[in-house]
Design a protein around this ligand. Structure first.
Ligand code: ZN
Ligand code: FE
Ligand code: FE
Ligand code: ZN
Length: 265
């Protein structure tokens, strides 16, 4: 089987990943991938979530690491970024993203208000939270993300399920649909992210239900492992491809210079 590009990969510059990009590239090639794209966590000069990202001064180092990996034969290694959406992020991102020559910009929501809801350190807060209210605020943030027109692909669409704090499918559907409509309006893709299988959720992001709702809207899918170690590159892509096909997808999104093409799946 040929695998779709892995468009979600981290580097040690984010302080919670290990392995040099060149090792990720070698691992990808050994697993039979032909294309990948680095998308480390974007710098945030305003101090947002400073512990889990490179500083702006380290950005040239990121560019150099990816360029070195891109010289590895037998694998195409692109240069992208995982950029958080939060209110106020545009003042830095809007002028900055366009000037970096990225292949892809993933848009992710990791924080609701002052709460890094996917960070194990702050997991306790889930137990004290109204789950429907949290998921509702999350999908509102995704809708706002789409409205900025700053990003190409929505990362891990149902990230709030990471630790298993789920809501019933009918409620999920009702909350997610307006965000999916906005994502479709923005001509964005969503990501099939296999990291959810490695978390307590034990499920790819997004769930089959949400993927079906995306497919109904002709929203393309990109594939990502969200690897934070070299051996995680392309992890469980067989399962992700099977899920995409089961829902009716026949093509996978590939981004170069922020231009999308669709490859047969
Ligand atoms: Zn990370
Ligand atoms: Fe993320
Ligand atoms: Fe990531
Ligand atoms: Zn991620």
């Amino acid at each position: 089987m040929t695998f779709p590009p892995d468009t979600h990969l981290h580097t040690p510059l984010c302080n919670h990943a290990v392995g040099e990009p060149i090792e990720y590239a070698r691992c990808a090639r050994s697993k039979g991938l032909t294309e990948m794209c680095f998308t480390d966590h974007v710098p945030a000069p305003d101090g947002y979530d400073a512990e889990s990202r490179m500083r702006l001064e380290q950005f040239p180092e990121y560019r150099d690491m990816v360029e070195e990996a891109s010289r590895e034969k037998g694998i195409f290694a692109g240069f992208g970024i995982e950029a958080d959406y939060y209110p106020g992020c545009q003042s830095f991102l809007d002028p900055w993203l366009d000037r970096q020559g990225f292949d892809v910009v993933l848009g992710s929501v990791h924080v609701i208000g002052d709460w890094g809801f996917d960070n194990p350190i702050y997991m306790k807060r889930w137990r004290e939270s109204d789950l429907v209210a949290v998921w509702s605020r999350y999908f509102q943030l995704l809708a706002d993300l789409a409205d900025t027109r700053l990003y190409d692909v929505v990362g891990h669409l149902d990230l709030p399920k990471k630790f298993g704090y789920r809501i019933p499918d009918p409620v999920l559907k009702e909350l997610a649909q307006p965000a999916l409509d906005k994502i479709a309006d923005a001509n964005m893709a969503i990501e099939l992210n296999t990291a959810g299988l490695r978390k307590p959720s034990r499920e790819i992001y997004p769930s089959r239900l949400l993927l079906e709702l995306a497919h109904d809207r002709d929203i393309p899918v990109a594939f990502g492992s969200d690897a934070h170690t070299p051996d995680e590159v392309g992890a469980d892509f067989d399962q992700a491809v099977a899920l995409a096909r089961a829902v009716g997808y026949t093509r996978a999104a590939r981004y170069r210079q922020r231009h999308r093409t669709l490859l047969p799946l």
